[in-house]
Design a protein around this ligand. Structure first.
Ligand code: AHR
Length: 366
């Protein structure tokens, strides 16, 4: 009997990777050519028996964390995963894509990447193509919450598990996807509102820059903020519009708000940092001082926003950490292996303001 033991990868050894098997009492290491190891589609180039001493040293490396166990299917073949990303609307999204791509490379996973260019129909087309290609699993970062049932049903019929990443989907049947991994957007909106309630310093009139209409990120951040403000009737949203999570969108909408409301605006609540940074440009171009005339509260905690806190322009940003490639592939590997996973798994996020921004900026990775 041939038993697959795992896939080993040694980042210290030029990315050398091998697939360990035990067969009739001997151990074998299937390996790609170490020089072409980053392209598992090149196939298994060598098959050679390993001496038991080398095998022990590989396991010792594994024990001491020098190599990571990576994803492979039951036959030991590296996984082929389709990833339907929303697009590239923000610095957060760029960091998220990079995290998933680099971790796929680290684990020898063949990643088929599709950029949805902010259109749901592009993402649906990508999913259909992944299904036709019979990938082992699909990762979907859905642009909007609704409209996924038919294509999820197709994936289910083809026995291809779908891991929903970052933004949630609304379905009548939860068995259409394996699980969700991402941040708790509702909690983020609540944290932003709670910070404001304690630190608004007498300012009360808020304009809201919403994210992509119909997205879980915009829907939940909006609802959470409104729910929390209900406990603080002095704080009022005087206008709210979408800037589509884009810097240019944040600037344009803020310009329109300033034109319409002028000096009435005292606070900006932005659903992401890119729009907040765009709003800062509009505020400064209008001759006002961000952070003094207008308080800005935002979400994501990208490095540029932490710098803006240090510079006194943004007052607070709630983290939405995009760097969860490792967690996603751990989840995908379990789902493909038929192991039980949590239906919803949330990342841990924290809050940045003047109390911790300066100390944390140097170590910020995105
Ligand atoms: O879905 C997460 C949101 O999408 C991030 O807050 C935003 O920056 C991104 O584009």
């Amino acid at each position: 009997m041939n038993v697959f033991l795992g896939t080993l990868r040694d980042p210290k050894n030029n990315g050398f990777a091998c697939l360990l098997h035990r067969s009739r009492g001997s151990h074998y290491c299937h390996t790609n050519d170490p020089l072409t190891v980053l392209g598992p589609r090149h196939g298994l180039a060598l098959l050679y028996p390993m001496k038991i001493s080398s095998l022990l040293s590989v396991f010792a490396c594994l024990f001491f964390g020098l190599v990571t166990l990576s994803a492979a299917d039951k036959s030991g073949k590296p996984l082929v995963v389709g990833f339907a990303q929303t697009g590239a609307e923000s610095a957060w999204r760029t960091a998220n894509t990079a995290s998933l791509q680099s971790e796929a490379t680290n684990r020898g996973i063949t990643l088929k990447f599709a950029d949805g260019q902010s259109k749901q129909e592009n993402q649906i087309r990508a999913l259909k193509s992944f299904i036709a290609q019979k990938v082992d699993a699909i990762i979907l970062a859905p642009i909007v919450e609704t409209g996924w049932e038919p294509v999820l049903r197709e994936a289910k019929r083809a026995h291809i598990p779908v891991v929903i990443m970052d933004r949630k989907v609304q379905t009548t049947d939860e068995s259409l996807y394996a699980c969700f991994v991402g941040s708790d957007f509702y909690k983020e909106g609540e944290m932003a509102a709670d910070w404001l309630a304690k630190n608004a310093g007498g300012k009360t009139r808020i304009v809201e820059l919403q994210g992509e209409p119909g997205s879980a990120a915009a829907n939940e951040r909006r609802k959470a903020f409104a729910d929390a403000l209900a406990k603080h009737p002095e704080l009022k949203i005087i206008d709210s519009q979408s800037g589509n999570f884009r810097r240019s969108g944040g600037k344009e909408v803020m310009e329109a708000f300033i034109k319409k409301h002028g000096h009435d605006i005292e606070i900006v609540y932005s659903h992401n940092d890119d729009m907040a940074l765009g709003a800062i440009q509009a505020i400064e171009e209008a001759g006002l001082k961000p952070g003094k005339d207008i308080i800005i509260v935002s979400i994501d905690a990208i490095k540029e926003a932490i710098q803006a806190i240090v510079d006194g322009k943004i007052s607070c940003t709630v983290e939405c950490n995009p760097l969860f490639g490792p967690k996603i592939y751990d989840t995908v590997a379990k789902v493909v292996a038929g192991e039980k996973v949590e239906k919803s798994s949330y990342n841990k996020d924290e809050l940045f303001d003047a109390s911790n921004a300066a100390a944390r900026i140097a170590s910020r990775q995105y």
